[in-house]
Design a protein around this ligand. Structure first.
Ligand code: 5RP
Length: 227
């Protein structure tokens, strides 16, 4: 049986070795990126690297601080390289993200980086996006209207509920997440744009056309897929 956390560790380590002294680094969110941030923190300590991190969530902010990575903001610096996880990756390297409800800031950070590297275990590789629902970050007042709009588009929406918290998940930005299932997303570019035109939607979890490189963790070693 494959230990998926070991695969996540392997890709996190390899991605941490891509970072060069002096770089500004986008720090993704999730259990795979967790390993990347930890390994990067070790390199900062052992090699006295002078790098700055720009986190994509409270999770990555706290972890980066604990790992000894200096933090800055997008207001102050452009990003040289961003490393982030994904929930699905198709053969064109389009993604579904947002399993951790952090996709709004992740998209800002990942899409603005000079280089965007995705790290996943091989369970995330799919022929076609859509088994994982597309998360929409929506302002709370828009819930009923956005639900109706996505149903009209053929989606099946479900409000994401909290764990160890009654009621809906509240994002780092104070909003709701509407997980919306679309079967077989034929054109991720079009759907990404269309979803963001619905009033009340802040951002959706389709990341089409921005990935430069994917490091896939497999039982027999990591595979690098470049655009
Ligand atoms: C968070 C994300 C994560 O990167 C994505 O959900 C993958 O997470 P994990 O590495 O835990 O599988 O998009 O919003």
């Amino acid at each position: 049986m494959v230990d998926s956390d070991l695969l996540k560790q392997n890709v996190g380590k390899q991605a941490s070795e891509l970072i060069q002294d002096g770089q500004v680094v986008g720090l993704g969110t999730g259990s795979t990126t967790h390993h990347f941030i930890r390994y990067l923190g070790e390199r900062v300590k052992n090699e006295e690297l002078d790098i700055l991190g720009i986190p994509t969530s409270f999770q990555s902010l706290i972890l980066a601080r604990e790992s000894g990575i200096k933090i800055t903001t997008l207001d102050e610096y452009d990003i040289n390289i961003a490393v982030d996880g994904a929930d699905e990756v198709n053969p064109s390297l389009d993604l579904i993200k947002g399993g951790g409800a952090a996709h709004t800031l992740e998209k800002l950070v990942d899409s603005s980086a000079d280089e965007f590297v995705v790290i996943v275990d091989d369970s995330k590789m799919v022929d076609s996006l859509g088994k994982f629902p597309v998360p929409l970050e929506i302002i709370p007042d828009s819930l009923r209207l956005v639900k109706n709009a996505v149903i009209e588009m053929g989606g099946v929406p479900e409000l994401r509920m909290g764990i160890q918290k009654d009621g809906p998940v509240i994002t780092d930005n104070g909003n709701f997440v509407l997980d919306t299932k679309f079967d077989d997303i034929e054109n991720p570019y079009e759907l990404e744009i269309e979803l963001n035109t619905i009033p009340g939607v802040l951002e959706n979890g389709i990341f089409a056309g921005i990935t430069d490189k994917v490091i896939v963790g497999r039982e027999n070693g990591n595979e690098i897929i470049e655009k």
